[in-house]
Design a protein around this ligand. Structure first.
Ligand SMILES: *Cc1c(COP(=O)(O)O)cnc(C)c1O
Length: 364
């Protein structure tokens, strides 16, 4: 049997007619930038997240970068980021001229460990980017308490957390502002690149809308040196359709994850831990194994697709050689990168496929 690491096919099949119809409508209407679908998406996604405002932008990296820029964070400032995340989180700080400062995770939950944040705060620290990695929210109460004490902004990187809950509240409503990615593989993915910022801060939302469109508040009137980072009208049309399905799709991922958690029983495999405060939306089902590369080959040889998130931690990437952080300095991020394996997780996996994955892993 072949079980890919991810497949969009079951999801795509379900909405194909709606998507094609929407495409035809939009093609006829010839509105490609910031039309009715864009306004509708901003309104719908803000409401979905329990935030007052949403501003669609070009992608997830820009969402984070524009939040930092709108807060005036830049040259000479430091931004706390987790040591275990996709590089975009740190690059957002780098792009505005600030320095990313890495904080280690809670190993079993993979997210930033609030107990390790304070020791990294200096007089230059301006913000904490809390990444809800793999679809599980960070310990936001602890993070918000620290931020309040040191007067820092809390920015959620919710690129992997559309619909995730912390104490009953949605990702995107848990800090000062949140950046989302709608890259196709995310739980709410466009048919191309996309991103969004959510916040309750009206001034921030207005500023980000301007920054994402050449810094203009209305046409040919420029109040900031802005970017061009707009969310395409056509992607908004597709996202409006997919947003209506998101809860159902996340729920199915949850069902698959529960089966993995209950039925994978192999002492060599360490399962992810779900914090009791969280509703996890399983963007990635990440296990750890000391013999990770052997497990990967074993599964791939048996037709089971896998992935690694992420094979090289950011501080050991060439891109961040200038930070001069030696190997061994962030041991938990390094441990995760050398032991983590992501196993198949997508809407539409059949019970037969789920059972094949579980049985094969249990025989490793
Ligand atoms: C995908 C991702 C991003 C970047 O999103 P893009 O839309 O690809 O720019 C940022 N942070 C995390 C944690 C991500 O997974």
């Amino acid at each position: 049997m072949n079980v890919p690491w991810v497949s969009f096919a079951p999801m795509q099949k379900e909405i194909k007619d709606q998507v094609i119809k929407k495409f035809e409508q939009m093609y006829e209407a010839s509105t490609y930038i910031q039309g009715e679908e864009y306004r509708k998406f901003n309104e719908k996604f803000a409401k979905y997240c329990g935030a007052k405002y949403c501003v669609g932008v070009g992608n997830g990296l820009d969402a984070l970068m524009l939040i930092l820029k709108a807060y005036g964070i830049g040259e000479g400032d430091e931004v706390i980021v987790p040591s275990n995340t996709f590089i975009a989180t740190a690059l957002a700080a780098t792009y505005v001229g600030a320095k990313p400062v890495f904080v280690e995770p809670i190993l079993e939950e993979y997210n930033i460990d609030p107990a390790r944040i304070e020791e990294k705060i200096t007089s230059r620290t301006k913000a904490i980017i809390a990444v809800h990695l793999y679809g599980q929210c960070c310990d936001m109460d602890s993070i918000n308490t620290i931020a309040k004490k040191y007067n820092l902004k809390v920015i959620e990187d919710a690129a992997q957390a559309h619909g995730a809950l912390y104490k009953g509240k949605k990702a995107g409503s848990l800090g000062d502002a949140a950046g989302f990615s709608m890259y196709p593989g995310k739980n709410l993915g466009a048919l191309g690149d996309g991103g969004a910022v959510t916040t309750d801060d009206k001034d921030l939302a207005i500023k980000i809308a301007a920054l994402s469109c050449y810094g203009s508040d209305y046409k040919y009137h420029h109040i900031y040196k802005g970017n061009n980072s707009r969310l395409d009208e056509i992607q908004c049309g597709f996202l409006n359709i997919k947003l209506d399905c998101l809860d159902k799709w996340n729920k199915e991922r949850n069902r698959i994850a529960q089966r993995y958690l209950n039925e994978i029983k192999n002492p060599k495999i360490k399962l992810p831990v779900v914090n009791k405060n969280n509703y996890h939306i399983w963007h990635v089902f990440a296990v750890r194994c000391d013999e990770r590369d052997a497990l990967e080959k074993y599964l791939n040889d048996r037709g089971i697709g896998t992935n690694k998130h992420y094979p090289t931690p950011m501080h050991l990437q060439g891109a961040y050689a200038d930070l001069n952080i030696p190997k061994g300095a962030l041991p938990l991020a390094e441990e995760i990168s050398s032991t983590e394996l992501s196993i198949p997780m997508y809407y539409g996996m059949t019970d037969e496929e789920i059972e094949y994955v579980i049985g094969t892993i249990n025989r490793f």
